[in-house]
Design a protein around this ligand. Structure first.
Ligand SMILES: [Zn+2]
Length: 322
């Protein structure tokens, strides 16, 4: 049986002290290397006993790991791959919309997981397909044992693929955080690995109930789990906060960013409840744009993060981080 715990509001942040006010910014190649080198030297225990290392990690390159700062936290987009998806997956896109935003019959897409490092914690948000996440962590000097928390946006295979290895918890020291309605849905589904995952992470799983975007207080320290149901019954957007800076990691709120930003009414065949997914998408878009909160997504092509704003002609426009 999974341990159910509703986290308390307030308290010390998951990512440690939140005093700094530095802006969300991409880390330059030199700074990226320096940041990691410093982290390895100052925190060998946190980073798995690597000790001070002369090895310079590869710089952030198009399609590769993309690292940036959010307040005191260091975030990395961990791509499994960059790809394009066919327009045939879109629901409710008119010929005029497709002609304008996806004229060649497909749109850019990716499969990403995210790593958040701060306050001695190494937190994953989703695990991708499980094909690349371990290599990506290794590139950053981390072993699976170094991961302290894993947050799951929802339980589709391209998000939970890295949770198990040979039927065992791939992140043996991590607390696994999943929305209560999400695990309930998948535990009742034939063929889902939810039962196996529950067994593997027994005693180290925390279930939470996502809240409305404007709800006061945090549902989890340092992280607010926001309800964005529709894609799946417990689909969750995580609002990450550090030193007064905020970022929404919005899971599968978009699969076809090029089409769904200007036209949030377009759904995808992967949505369990497309109509509800549209309502959630519009709500989160409006919330992010109004409050100028940066966003990141599991299916946004490299670099996988940026900002959105209401577009004069209606809908929203996405500006990738640089
Ligand atoms: Zn997905």
């Amino acid at each position: 049986m999974l341990r159910k715990r509703f986290a308390r509001a307030g308290g010390r942040g998951l990512f440690g002290d939140m005093e700094n006010t530095s802006q969300l910014r991409a880390v330059s190649r030199r700074r990226f290397a320096a940041t990691l080198a410093t982290a390895v030297c100052l925190a060998p225990v946190i980073l798995g006993g690597a000790g001070c290392s002369d090895k310079t990690p590869p710089p952030s390159q198009p399609g590769g790991i993309y690292t940036f700062k959010l307040g005191d936290a260091t975030l990395s987009v961990l791509p499994d791959r960059q790809q394009r998806i066919t327009n045939k997956l879109l629901i409710g896109a008119t010929p005029a919309i497709l002609e304008k935003y996806a004229p060649d019959g497909s749109v850019p897409n990716a499969i990403n997981a995210f790593l958040i490092q701060s306050g001695g914690k190494n937190t994953l948000v989703d695990t991708g397909l499980g094909t690349k996440v371990f290599d990506n962590l290794k590139t950053l000097g981390l072993a699976p044992e170094d991961i302290t928390n894993v947050f799951i946006t929802h339980m589709h295979g391209d998000h939970i693929g890295g949770l198990l290895r040979d039927g065992k918890a791939a992140f043996p020291n991590a607390t696994l955080h999943i929305a209560h309605p999400e695990i309930v849905y998948w535990l009742a589904k034939e063929g889902s690995p939810a039962k196996e995952i529950s067994a593997a992470y027994k005693g180290q799983t925390v279930l939470f109930n996502p809240v409305a975007p404007e709800a006061a207080g945090r549902s989890l320290p340092g992280v607010t789990a926001i309800a964005a149901f529709g894609h799946t019954p417990g689909h969750t957007v995580f609002r990450i906060e550090s030193a007064g800076k905020r970022l929404l990691i919005w899971g599968d709120l978009t699969h076809a960013t090029a089409v769904q930003l200007p036209h949030p009414e377009v759904a995808v065949t992967y949505d369990v409840d497309p109509a509800r997914a549209v309502v959630s998408r519009k709500q989160i878009f409006e919330y992010a744009a109004k409050n100028k909160i940066a966003i990141a997504g599991m299916h946004i092509a490299w670099p996988g993060t940026g900002t959105i704003a209401a577009a004069p002609q209606g809908g929203f426009a996405f500006t990738p981080a640089t």
